[in-house]
Design a protein around this ligand. Structure first.
Ligand code: CA
Ligand code: CA
Length: 299
């Protein structure tokens, strides 16, 4: 099996770079990832400041998938996510909803064990490890790994978990898939600025889908399909995600705009993924079984 190690990282998703590995469509690949602090925050005594971590949000990759051409969709089945044995959280005086509460960075280290972490003597939390950064290379300029956009990237969507299937746009030959920024746990919004930041091993199966009209980035998770959109404001991102899903429902179910709109108003949930990155991210969820009642099958 192909394994891409933690030494193959970048801060920018960009075309024209040497791939870390090459695979065929349908192959299984392991990505070993660093945490968003470049594995630099290892003690609560040294939370580190700006520019003290060598890389910010490093993503492992890129993986070149043979046969992937611009206009295709890359299907990424998340077969497994194994976080390492510890995670870290850090507040910031310059970013996040609560930045004015802090005059310095403070870090807290957590042990991750048996799928749980102890928050304090009263509260133990069940992990639900997710991938914060996952994307393909954009068609134009490179995009730094702190930013989400139409190529994926730093979407911080807590539904990108083991068992999920993510559909990403192929913008350049080979797709050039990268990922990193695992969170052992994160709430929708990621309001303080971070999740339970960790590294680990992600096992995925990647397949090229031709002639596919999914509005990528598009996600399947636990019975729902989801559009994921990022924009300067939550209002814009919400409109974009809802419109993308409505158009998809209309085509998938063979409905007109009014019928698709009614189904959306009745059944879809618009959820904030994160409000702390350079663009803000919203997802719109819709139950797949309703589309399957009309004969639709996910590719
Ligand atoms: Ca992130
Ligand atoms: Ca993060």
């Amino acid at each position: 099996m192909i394994v891409i190690g933690r030494d193959k990282v970048s801060e920018v998703l960009v075309k024209g770079v040497e791939p870390a590995a090459v695979c065929d469509s349908g192959e299984t690949v392991v990505f070993e990832t660093r945490d968003c602090y470049d594995d630099g925050v290892v003690s609560e005594e040294r939370p580190l400041g700006d520019k003290e971590c060598p890389l910010e949000n490093p993503a492992t990759g890129p993986l070149y998938v043979r046969g992937a051409l611009a206009g295709d969709v890359l299907k990424v089945e998340i077969l497994d996510i194994e976080p390492r044995s510890w995670g870290v959280m850090r507040c910031s005086p310059v970013a996040g909803v609560f930045r004015e509460d802090f005059d310095r960075r403070i870090a807290k280290i957590f042990e991750l064990k048996n799928g749980e972490t102890v928050f304090d003597e009263r509260v133990t939390l069940k992990l639900d490890t997710m991938i914060g950064v996952i994307g393909t290379a954009p068609a134009g300029e490179g995009v730094t790994t702190d930013t989400p956009d139409s190529h994926g990237g730093n979407m911080d969507c807590r539904k990108i978990v083991k068992g999920s299937v993510l559909y990403l746009p192929v913008n350049v030959e080979g797709a050039l898939l990268s990922m990193g920024d695992l969170h052992g746990l994160m709430g929708d919004g990621e309001v303080m600025i971070c999740g339970l930041e960790t590294g680990g091993r992600v096992t995925v199966r990647v397949s090229v889908v031709k002639d596919c009209c999914l509005p990528a980035p598009f996600l399947y998770c636990r019975g729902d399909v989801m559009t994921i959109q990022s924009a300067k404001t939550l209002d814009e991102a919400g409109d974009m995600a809802a419109k993308a899903m409505k158009n998809f429902v209309r085509e998938a179910a063979g409905k007109d705009d009014f019928e698709a709109g009614m189904l959306m108003s009745l059944l879809s949930n618009m959820v904030v993924c994160q409000v702390v990155d350079p663009l803000k991210t919203v997802r719109v969820e819709f139950p797949l079984k309703v589309l399957e009642a009309y004969g639709y099958r996910l590719p």
